[in-house]
Design a protein around this ligand. Structure first.
Ligand code: ZN
Length: 311
C-alpha cells in the first residue's frame, strides 16, 4: 500500500536511522532471576539460561563527541561512521534518551522472566559504542537474541513502526548466512508482539505495509553471529508517534511489547537456533492482531546503502 513515494521516503528514513557501535566495555550482565522465582514457588522462569542483548541505539553523549563517532569502522561490505547522534522529536526529545529508557524497561521485564540481560551501553560511557562493538557484544555474550532499539526520523506524514532484518551479506568479516533465518523469525515475532501490545501500526512509509525491512548496510546486523534485529519503534518526526514515544506510560507499553516478542521467540525456538534454523516463518508465535494480515508478506529489501548514518 502507499507504494507511491516509498522509495524516496525510505531514503529519508535510512538517513535518520541508525545505529552505531564502538568499542568497549561489554555491557552489563545482569544475573538470572530464576533462583528468586523458584524460592518464591512461582512458575519456573521461561527464559532461565537464555541471554538477551539489548542495544539502545546511539548514546546521549554522542552529541558531545561528534569527531569520535565519525570515525569510520568496517562493517564487512563497507566502511561506516562508528555511530550517529540519532534523531529527536520536534519538541527535542532525543532518540538516544528514548532508546536507553526503553532498554532499561525491557531489561526489568526480561530479568523477571529469568533471562540474562546485557546492554551494549547503559549510560555508563561518554559516547558510542561503535556499531562494530555493538555487534561484538552480542557475539561475545553468545546471545540467544539481540534487539537494537531505535526510533525513526522519517518524513512527518509517515507513521508507525518497523523491524529491520539482516540481509544475506558475505563480505569481509560479515557472513550473515547462518542468522538470516532465525533473525527473520525473531523479527516477525517481535513485530507481531509489539503491534499487539502497543497498537502501533506497521510503518506507513516503507516496508510495503509489512512492518519489515531487510537491510545490508547496518554493521550491527552484518557482523552479528547470533539472531539480531532492529526495531524502529515509531517515527519521532510524526506528531502522533512523537507524543506516544515521549510518554513514559507508553514507553512502558512498548517495553512490554518488545519483551513479549523476545520471550515468544525464545520459548518457541530451539536454543541452537543460530546454527540450525533456516525457516523464514516464526514457529508457534501466531497471535492475531491488528496488523497480522501482512505477516508473511515479503519485506522490502534495501539494496542501496544510505550514506552516512548507519549502524
Ligand atoms: Zn537510531
Amino acid at each position: 500500500m502507499r507504494a507511491t513515494g516509498l522509495a524516496a521516503i525510505s531514503v529519508v528514513s535510512a538517513l535518520a536511522l541508525p545505529a552505531c557501535l564502538g568499542p568497549a566495555d561489554l555491557g552489563r550482565a545482569v544475573g538470572s532471576a530464576a533462583p528468586r522465582e523458584a524460592a518464591r514457588g512461582l512458575t519456573p522462569s521461561p527464559l532461565a539460561g537464555r541471554t538477551v542483548v539489548l542495544d539502545p541505539g546511539h548514546n546521549p553523549g554522542n552529541f558531545d563527541h561528534l569527531d569520535a563517532i565519525a570515525q569510520l569502522v568496517d562493517v564487512g561490505n563497507g566502511r561506516k561512521a562508528c555511530n550517529t547522534t540519532g534523531t529527536s522529536t520536534g519538541a527535542g526529545y532525543r532518540e538516544a534518551d528514548f532508546t536507553l529508557d526503553l532498554a532499561r524497561r525491557v531489561r526489568v521485564l526480561l530479568l523477571a522472566e529469568g533471562a540474562r540481560v546485557v546492554l551494549t551501553q547503559d549510560g555508563d560511557r561518554p559516547w558510542g559504542p561503535c556499531v562494530t562493538e555493538r555487534a561484538e557484544i552480542g557475539n561475545a555474550a553468545d546471545a540467544d537474541a539481540v534487539v537494537a532499539l531505535h526510533a525513526d526520523g522519517a518524513a512527518p506524514d509517515g507513521y508507525g513502526f518497523h523491524v529491520i532484518l539482516p540481509a544475506e551479506v558475505v563480505a569481509g568479516a560479515a557472513d550473515t548466512r547462518p542468522i538470516v533465518g532465525p533473525s527473520r523469525s525473531l523479527g516477525v515475532t517481535l513485530r507481531d508482539a509489539y503491534a499487539d501490545v502497543t497498537g502501533e501500526p506497521f510503518a506507513s512509509y516503507l516496508g510495503g505495509g509489512t512492518g519489515l525491512m531487510v537491510r545490508s548496510d547496518l554493521g550491527g546486523l552484518n557482523l552479528s553471529k547470533v539472531p539480531a534485529v532492529f526495531i524502529e519503534c515509531g517515527n519521532m518526526h510524526n506528531t502522533a508517534d512523537a507524543a506516544r514515544l515521549s510518554a513514559p506510560t507508553w514507553r512502558e507499553l512498548a517495553a512490554h511489547g518488545v519483551a513479549l516478542g523476545i520471550t515468544r521467540f525464545l520459548t518457541a525456538a530451539p536454543a541452537t537456533t543460530a546454527t540450525t534454523a533456516t525457516t523464514s516463518t516464526p514457529t508457534g508465535t501466531a497471535n492475531p492482531g491488528s496488523n497480522t494480515a501482512a505477516a508473511e508478506t515479503a519485506p522490502t529489501t534495501r539494496t542501496t546503502p544510505p550514506s552516512g548514518r548507519v549502524g
